[in-house]
Design a protein around this ligand. Structure first.
Ligand code: ADP
Ligand code: MG
Ligand code: MG
Length: 941
């Protein structure tokens, strides 16, 4: 921080920080400050900034020495507000020590509760509260948490259990009770000394008694937890820079474990799975902290709060309304009730499924809580993937149930359909996935350690925990299918089986068995069940459902109609068949940006003449074979033109090296010899001659068209004859012929000359002219570098960013796997450049080509047709450099439309901000600017 302030206090209806300070206070600290400021009941405390975390790591894992006096001073304020004193044996103040990075990383880092207890203060707590049970319950919880987080008492092997859990289980068994809160006080006392003994025997250290020592050690441990395995994995998956660090909030404890008039819970201000505007959550009576999410007892629904504590329910409803109005966004809150008094301990933007994201954004905009622009900015474009994801085919699903394959039913925590093989450990999920298997991770419950395995699985099935459990939370965030709290399951991890009690008797499932589950209903069945298209797909593509009967579709369509109004970039599709063109139109395509003609050479009646052409030895023979292909190509193009009507269609001339069209096996070669009347030796020789060491850098693209001009001629003829034919039907076709892999203007001159000559011939023969354009792909660096010259011939450019990335990096797309993995792992590349345009390198070439091209040919049409055209960050970049359109696969179009709208809205917002702020004031602190420039969505794919 510029002002060097390292500790920010909150409490008593005010705070030194605010919601805008997430970078310094972390999301949790900023939320606590903001809630204090707006009068929501929050226990007082203070937040140590993320800069201290940075200093902590710079200082080799020690707190800056001069921080402690500041902590004492901040503690004194908390003492004044609570009337208790830290370490006071009469009336002790207990605190929690909580982690919190600037973006929420749920459960990834550590928290210690009830800190400040020792053998003396526990007595004071018991006396003051008049509740000995509660005091010792808090103490045993503290010992376990401190032991785990600060002293490193973790399970050692994956089959192992938490050492304190084992002791606790034993104790419960000895006392014949099922739940923690039924243990008598004496048992709790024993637990404390047994926990401490366990620490001594395993770690060889004494449990610290001095509260201030405890506090310093806990703050250090929370800073350390920024670098634990699961936090690192989470950061990798979510593109969070490791330089951010975590803040630490130290906060006065409030106690949900004070008895039957206390409790704790978590809630969402709306349903996070569907987006319904209903309060949604769970609570537990006489419980503390993570008990709700840990799933050791099954929580009650928030709706039941009304019956138990009507006045608390009303207060909580008030908090819900207040927070939504204030943040104008769905919130995820944690609360505790201490002797019928409500405290809120956390608020943050609630994670939600793709369905819910769309629903909430549209609903809030319609209720005028937010503008349409904000609604558009709130939905991650990639979240639309979930809305487009398949669901189970209703008939097949029902049949599976009737045939007696039904297994169980749990809570529907992550919507969608998943089918896969059972695995029981997160590490196995990763391994199986790497082998190409589809797996469903089945566990009693999941925990943050499992995060990598969860990412590898199609979905999760758990026996324990509710809709706010870890598995449910992660599913919503990752967009995975999840069924949780399915209590019919019993796990035997060492044997790697799960027992399921079904209405028809017990079933045992082994590792590797297939199951299917519906994350929208919570049903699980044995075996594989086929899926069917999403609601959106059913309405738009299959036309098997009407919009009036498709609520998900309607909200999707509304959001995208707003996006279409907001965006400047046009969207086109990569499609090469009439049915794909139709799908593209349904998803909003305004044209075709890439029609790959090579796919048209395969299939019935086509591959034969194609091969004949390739093995032919003379031009005359080649032309004979090409003549056979012409009608097929013409028909294919006509189909696409008809489907697209008056929208532009960009057709690329032949691109891949010829060997890709030839058979490589003995039988195929013999057959080809028979069909063409050549000897087997001749054909073999030809196959051999076409072999290249680096085919992707060899005779392909326009080079082929130059080696064999008759191929381009045939293609040009097919395109223009089709265009004339369809124009005669009264359709205003707009063909654009695109020459691939041009790196030198004369290459394009050659090919464009050919196309134009053929066009004149066709127009003369047909007595009809159509407007057409000839342009090029910019996909090798030399093409980008000489774009100004190339634009003298090219009427348009389309960036082929797949090849341009490959050739700019000098990295073969087909062989890059292991290199990429290593590079991403080691932060050498922030993102996979084949997924997201590398703005610095490839992007610079694009920018140059845009400028040079338009200098030569003002107003020149520019687009992109690489895979990047459907990647949100790349779409944003294309907007920024002034392309006219992006082109991507049909299913990516919704994502591209939304991403294009967001790019336009962000640009408008930035322009407005810079008009408002005078130039001098606009400079953000240097450090913040650097952080902002950090990659936001680095991820491994
Ligand atoms: P996480 O980031 O993993 O959610 P938190 O810091 O939010 O960790 O703490 C976990 C839980 O501990 C909270 O949900 C809350 O129930 C409990 N908790 C934290 N601080 C306090 C406190 N001061 N008083 C009572 N409970 C607390
Ligand atoms: Mg929390
Ligand atoms: Mg290419």
């Amino acid at each position: 921080m510029a002002n060097g302030k390292r500790i920010y206090s909150f409490g008593g209806g005010k705070a030194e920080g605010s919601r805008d300070m997430k970078e310094v206070l972390g999301g949790k600290g900023a939320g606590l400050a903001e809630m204090s400021n707006i009068g929501i009941p929050v226990p007082p405390g203070f937040t140590i900034t993320t800069d201290v975390c940075t200093a902590f790591y710079a200082g080799r894992g020690k707190l800056p020495r001069d921080l402690v006096p500041g902590m004492r001073a901040a503690l004194a304020k908390v003492e004044a507000l609570t009337g208790k004193r830290f370490g006071d044996p009469e009336n002790p103040l207990l605190v929690s020590v909580r982690s919190g990075a600037r973006v929420s990383m749920p459960g990834m880092m550590d928290t210690v509760l009830n800190l400040g207890l020792n053998d003396r203060t526990v007595e004071g707590l018991a006396r003051r509260s008049g509740n000995e049970r509660f005091a010792w319950d808090s103490y045993r919880r503290f010992c376990a948490m401190f032991g785990d987080v600060v002293l490193g008492m973790k399970p050692e092997k994956k089959e192992d259990r938490d050492p304190f859990e084992v002791i606790l289980e034993r104790k419960k068994h000895a006392h014949g009770v099922k739940i923690d809160s039924d243990l008598p006080v004496d048992a709790l006392r024993q637990l404390v000394s047994e926990f401490k003994a366990e620490v001594r025997s395993r770690k060889g250290v004494a449990f610290p008694d001095d509260p201030m020592d405890q506090l310093v050690a806990a703050v250090e441990a929370v800073f350390r937890s920024w670098e634990n395995d699961r936090a690192i994995a989470y950061r990798e998956l979510n593109g969070i820079p490791s330089g951010w660090g975590t803040a630490v909030s130290v906060q006065a404890m409030v106690f949900g474990n004070m008895g039957e008039d206390s409790g704790t819970g978590v809630a969402f201000t709306r349903n996070p799975a569907t987006g319904d505007d209903t309060f949604y959550g769970e609570f537990l009576v006489n419980a503390q902290g993570e008990d709700v999410v840990a799933g050791t007892r099954t929580p009650q629904k928030i709706a039941e709060l009304e019956a138990r504590w009507p006045e608390i329910a009303k207060q909580l409803e008030g908090v819900r309304a207040r927070l939504e109005r204030h943040y104008r966004e769905m919130q995820d809150i944690e609360f505790t009730i201490e002797r019928r008094k409500l405290y809120v301990l956390q608020t943050r933007t609630g994670k939600r499924t793709g369905h819910a994201a769309v629903r909430i954004a549209v609903d809030m905009a319609e209720k005028r809580l937010i503008s349409r622009e904000e609604a558009l900015l709130r939905v991650e474009p990639m979240a639309l993937n979930q809305v487009l994801r398949p669901i189970f085919d209703a008939a097949k699903w029902q049949r599976a149930g009737k045939e007696g394959n039904g297994l169980a039913r749990g809570l529907p925590a992550g919507p969608g359909a998943a089918t896969g093989r059972v695995v029981f450990f997160a590490s196995d999920a990763e391994e199986w996935k790497a082998r190409g298997e589809k797996v469903i991770l089945c566990r009693h419950e999941t925990s943050p350690e499992d995060i990598r395995g969860m990412n590898a699985a199609e979905g999760f099935l758990t026996a324990f925990g509710g809709m706010t459990s870890h598995a449910a939370l992660v599913a919503r965030q990752m967009g995975k299918v999840a069924v949780v709290g399915c209590d019919a399951l019993k796990f035997d991890y060492p044997a790697r089986v799960m027992h399921v009690s079904t209405p028809r008797g017990d079933r045992t499932l082994k590792e590797g068995d297939w199951i299917s589950m519906d994350g929208s209903t919570g049903e699980v069945v044995e075996g594989r069940v086929d899926t069917s298209p999403s609601e959106v797909h059913q309405v738009l593509i299959d036309k098997t459902r009407s919009a009036s009967d498709a609520p998900v579709y309607r909200e999707y369509a509304k959001l995208l109609s707003w996006a279409d109004k907001a965006r400047r970039l046009k969207v086109r599709a990569n499609a090469d068949q009439p049915d794909q063109a139709e799908a593209a139109l349904a998803f909003g395509a305004q044209g075709i940006g890439l029609c790959r003609t090579e796919h048209m050479f395969f299939g019935e009646g086509k591959i034969g003449p194609m091969r004949e052409m390739i093995v032919a030895e003379t031009e005359a023979d080649r032309r004979k074979a090409l003549a056979k292909l012409l009608p097929f190509q013409r028909q294919d193009f006509a189909g696409i033109f008809r489907a697209m009507g008056s929208r532009p269609v960009t057709i690329r001339t032949i691109d891949p090296p010829l060997h890709e069209f030839l058979p490589q096996d003995e039988a195929g070669i013999e057959e080809l010899a028979r069909a063409t009347g050549h000897t087997v030796e001749k054909v073999k020789a030809r196959v051999h001659a076409l072999h290249e060491s680096n085919p992707m850098l060899g005779n392909r693209g326009c080079r082929l068209g130059i080696s064999y001009p008759e191929i381009t001629e045939m293609q040009a003829r097919a395109i223009l004859e089709a265009a004339c034919g369809v124009a005669a039907e009264g359709i205003a076709v707009v063909p654009e012929v695109m020459i691939p892999l041009v790196g030198e203007k004369k290459e394009l001159d050659h090919q464009a000359g050919l196309v134009r000559r053929v066009a004149e011939e066709v127009f003369a023969e047909r007595g009809r002219k159509v407007k057409y354009a000839v342009g090029t792909m910019i996909e090798v660096p030399r093409g980008a570098l000489t774009a100004g010259e190339i634009a003298e011939t090219a009427e348009f450019f389309s960036f082929g960013t797949n090849d341009l990335t490959q050739t700019t990096f000098g990295l073969s797309r087909d062989d890059v796997g292991t290199v990429l993995y290593t590079y991403l792992e080691n932060d050498i590349y922030d993102v996979d450049p084949f997924v997201t345009v590398d703005r610095k390198g490839v992007g610079q070439l694009m920018r140059m080509a845009v400028e040079a091209g338009r200098r030569t040919r003002p107003g020149m049409k520019l687009g992109i047709c690489g895979e990047h055209g459907g990647d949100p960050s790349s779409v944003e970049f294309c907007h920024q450099i002034g392309l006219d359109y992006v082109s991507c696969s049909p299913y990516r179009l919704p994502i591209a439309r939304l991403a294009a709208a967001q790019a336009a809205l962000k640009e408008a917002a930035a322009a407005k901000a810079s008009r408002r702020a005078p130039a001098a004031k606009r400079r953000p602190p240097a450090r913040r600017a650097a952080r902002r420039a950090a990659p936001r969505r680095a991820r491994r794919r």
